[in-house]
Write a protein of this length. Structure first.
Length: 97
């Protein structure tokens, strides 16, 4: 699997808006061909910190995700709500195979 773990830091006054925009992106993303998981987590002790765990069959599927209307809308909508640029780190999934 091709996995990206994305760290997002959201300004406090935009946390509810970010959650709603990300929920919509999540719901569409899990319907994409090649998507295995699209988890969204909020840090318990720092509610402005989020982690997105995106698992796709391969790099091509992940690249196609970044061309979808729902991703582009999410990206543009949440950009000004972040307190710093998001950071995506690519991993190769080993288990489960």
């Amino acid at each position: 699997m091709y996995i990206t773990i994305v760290h997002v830091y959201v300004k406090p006054d935009h946390i509810p808006d970010f959650i709603e925009a990300t929920r919509r992106n999540h719901q569409a993303s899990i319907q994409e061909p090649g998507n295995q998981r699209f988890d969204v987590m909020q840090q318990a002790d720092e509610p402005g910190k989020f982690v997105l765990y995106e698992a796709y069959d391969n790099k091509q599927s992940a690249d196609l995700h970044k061309q979808t209307a729902h991703y582009l809308q999410w990206r543009d909508t949440v950009a000004d709500w972040m307190s710093q640029p998001r950071q995506g780190i690519v991993h190769t999934g080993l288990f489960p195979a």
